[in-house]
Design a protein around this ligand. Structure first.
Ligand SMILES: CC(C)(COP(=O)(O)OP(=O)(O)OC[C@H]1O[C@@H](n2cnc3c(N)ncnc32)[C@H](O)[C@@H]1OP(=O)(O)O)[C@@H](O)C(=O)NCCC(=O)NCCS
Length: 327
């Protein structure tokens, strides 16, 4: 398939503060051994007080724009996948536009939980392919530390904060986004959600006290759906790209749980050495997880020019998405 768009630059940023598993041993009934064996996580990054989600995005965006050989005023559009933005409205992309000085760009957010970045990539690919947009900045970012109940051992050990970015531009004919695939199933929304703050449970003393503002998750159900949805999405994207998993040089799965990643790779027949893993250092950073991994893989030389990469993700909604990209 001839690509219409390509990823021209990437970047990422994680906050400086590191929380190791030892910290959680002190605040909830857990152990380093349990967390490592059940999730693969050793530590995660947590934003500083006063640091906004948009503040995490700006260094990630600057790195991606510079990597693409562009300046912020070259951008036509900024798409941000997040469910933990600076404000209820306006969109977090608006604050990023302002902080970058990207005054020519339109700006909007996508709410697709962990799948937000790959959803954004799919949209950017279509818009660039249409000829109406030239340079689209796609960001995945989350500060789930603010939505986490730090007394709930089932969830508090899992998440971290961060941001990752990519500039999507017209393909040079060789490199490019070969396919994207997105999907969702709203019947399963309550298995992973944050019920408070909207019309369903508006801000009140009662919703504050009953924990409505915390992330709720049915871990085991999420786990089982994630493995199936991620492998099915990957197969869909591979088929659309006219390729198979044996042609994939690097799999970048959503970094939610090492066992989910291993099970997905196994179903796809992709060996461990072709799977990019950084969950040990960052935990689950939701929509930031794929672009952080993508940028690290490029900077470390794990993902090199000429290689084909498969990205696949699953998140609240449920939502899922995959993309096949030649670098
Ligand atoms: C959350 C998750 C790690 C739990 O692992 P699991 O193997 O499924 O564990 P279970 O749910 O079967 O729970 C087993 C036990 O561990 C306990 N447990 C949960 N968190 C614990 C922790 N941090 N420390 C120690 N024990 C813990 C549970 O309370 C349960 O105890 P019980 O049997 O006495 O009730 C796993 O289900 C998971 O990763 N799910 C997907 C999460 C995810 O990816 N979410 C985001 C999607 S984008």
């Amino acid at each position: 398939m001839t690509p219409g768009s390509m990823i021209l630059g990437t970047g990422h940023y994680v906050p400086e503060k590191v929380l190791t598993n030892a910290y959680f041993e002190k605040i909830v009934d857990t152990t380093d051994q349990w967390i490592v064996e059940r999730t693969g996580i050793h530590e995660r990054r947590i934003k500083a007080p006063g640091q906004n989600t948009s503040d995490l995005c700006v260094p990630a965006a600057r790195e991606a724009i510079e990597d693409a050989g562009l300046t912020p005023t070259d951008l036509d559009l900024i798409i941000v996948g997040t469910v933990t933005g600076d404000m209820k409205f306006p969109a977090t992309s608006i604050f990023i536009q302002s902080k970058l000085g990207a005054h020519q760009a339109a700006a909007m957010d996508i709410s697709a939980a962990c799948s937000g970045f790959v959803y954004g990539l799919a949209l950017a690919d279509s818009l660039v392919r249409s000829g109406g947009y030239k340079h689209v900045l796609v960001i995945g970012t989350e500060t789930l530390s603010l939505m986490t109940n730090w007394k709930d051992r089932n969830t508090c050990v899992l998440f971290g904060d961060g941001a990752g970015a990519a500039v999507v531009s017209p393909s040079d004919g060789e490199r490019g986004i070969l396919s994207t695939y997105i999907g969702s199933d709203g019947r399963l929304a309550e298995l992973l959600c944050c019920p408070g703050g909207g019309t369903a449970a508006p801000p009140s003393r009662e919703t504050l006290e009953n924990g409505s503002f915390y992330l709720k998750m049915a871990g085991r159900e999420v786990f089982l759906h994630a493995v199936k949805a991620m492998s099915d999405s990957a197969l869909n994207a591979l088929q659309q790209a006219g390729t198979t998993s044996s042609d994939i040089d690097l799999l970048i799965p959503h970094q939610a749980n090492i066992r989910i990643m291993d099970a997905t790779a196994k179903r796809l027949g992709i060996p461990r050495e072709k799977v990019y893993i950084n969950i040990d250092r960052y935990g689950n950073t939701s929509s930031a997880s794929i672009p952080i991994a993508l940028n690290e893989a490029r900077r470390q030389g794990v993902l090199q020019p000429g290689m084909t990469c498969l990205m696949v993700v699953f998140g609240g909604g449920f939502t899922w998405a995959a993309a096949v990209v030649k670098f």
